[in-house]
Each structure stands twice: as C-alpha cells, then as structure tokens.
Design a protein around this ligand. Sequence first.
Ligand SMILES: [Zn+2]
Length: 75
Amino acid sequence: MPIYEYVCQDCNAHFEVIRSMKDADEPIACQECHSVEHIKRMLSVFVATSGGQTITGSSPSCDGCSGGSCASCHS
Ligand SMILES: [Zn+2]
C-alpha cells in the first residue's frame, strides 16, 4: 500500500500515513492537533512495491506528449 504524506496547515505538522489509494483523498486528522480542516496531501512521489517490482507514483511523460497528461500516459 502506498505511503501518503500530509501536511497540516494549522500546526505545520508533517505526517505519513499508509492507506489504500481509494482512501487517499478521504479526510484525515492531524496527528498533532487533530484538525481535519486544513490537511493537505503532499504531491510527493510514493513508492509501492508489488511482487518485487517497484512502481513509482510520479507522472512520467510518454513519447506522445511532453506534459505527462495525455491518454497514453495513464494506462
Ligand atoms: Zn495540525
């Protein structure tokens, strides 16, 4: 399961949470001040291992575009 990094904009705490991808945008409480209002998910690269294969969560561009956002970039 990927590790997501969050930052609390109330107290500036950073914390990491292991959660499934479908829960990545669900609300989460700050581990320091327990605020849920201003938690921001960092866009840091997550690394998930699956069967010995390393998958990075960065957005690679493909040959068809330079921005990494065309249809063939996300298979
Ligand atoms: Zn906080």
